[in-house]
Design a protein around this ligand. Structure first.
Ligand code: GCO
Length: 263
């Protein structure tokens, strides 16, 4: 039986992969033989450092700096990647920001910035990568959703609107592109120990205790916990899976939670 999870030699573009969950998925796919395209827009130094970290583990990695919200930059970058490295077989739309501000206090500009990066950019990048995938009749697109694709939380209204929209955009991409043998799915991470969650994860922070009690696995996820889901949705093992959001959340969405006096 061929290895359904084999992605050796496949080229995977992961947006926002210089750190955090993006870097973790880059490592996961790279360690099983995929060629990783690292993307970031903050600094060339961060991209170079991320590429070097992957290469130090024997992973074939190349870095490209471009702004995922700028359609012309995306078009140029995809052309450059596909001529210099090869066809993009796997796209993970991971780049995203969060602004923790109560809606009543949030400036419209802040709201729009979150929507632009977290929802509009996956549309822009997917639209231009999918053109090649559709021509080749093969491709995998993974949109990084969130618990906030399903649930609201104080102060993250713009992020929840974006991630809820990204869930439905995933389903619509599947509706329009699945007939070309392109599989488009989502991964919904629960609460993971990253820089993005550091402010709400420090010991003694009430949210830290809340998440531990609200997660049946009773811990924060480690970014490496996402590798398996990313490999599955990037491989032939998921060729008949489409429009699905795979939650990797330690069980948060499975439960209403329990009172503090129950174990
Ligand atoms: C927050 C967190 C979450 C997580 C993740 C959960 O402030 O609630 O940052 O948004 O990052 O998205 O799935």
């Amino acid at each position: 039986m061929t290895n359904l999870f084999d992605i050796k030699g496949k080229i995977a573009l992961i947006t926002g992969s210089t750190h955090g969950l993006g870097m973790a998925m880059a490592k996961g796919l790279g360690q099983v033989g995929a060629t990783i395209i690292v993307n970031g827009n903050s600094s060339q130094q961060k991209i170079d450092e991320a590429v070097a970290a992957l290469q130090s583990e024997g992973i074939n990695a190349v870095g490209y700096k471009f702004n995922v919200t700028d359609e012309q930059e995306v078009i140029t970058a995809i052309r450059k990647i596909e001529s210099e490295v090869g066809p993009i077989a796997i796209l993970i739309n991971n780049a995203g920001i969060i602004k923790r501000i109560p809606l009543i206090e949030m400036e419209v500009a802040d709201f729009k910035e979150v929507i632009d990066i977290d929802l509009v950019s996956p549309f822009i990048v997917s639209k231009h990568v999918a053109k090649g995938m559709i021509e080749r009749r093969q491709g995998k697109i993974i949109n990084i959703c969130s618990m906030m694709s399903e649930l609201g939380r104080n102060t993250v209204g713009a992020y929840a609107a974006a991630k809820g929209g990204l869930k439905m955009l995933t389903k619509n991409m599947a509706t329009e592109w699945a007939k070309y043998n392109v599989q488009i799915n989502g991964i919904g991470p629960g609460y993971f120990a990253t820089e993005q969650t550091k402010p709400i994860r420090v010991d003694g922070h009430p949210f830290n205790d809340f998440i531990i009690s609200r997660t049946p696995a009773a811990k924060w996820g480690d970014p490496s916990d996402l590798a398996g889901a990313a490999i599955f949705l990037s491989s032939n093992a998921s060729d008949f899976v489409n429009g699905h959001i795979l939650y990797v959340d330690g069980g948060i969405l499975a439960t209403i939670g329990k009172p503090s006096n129950e174990n």
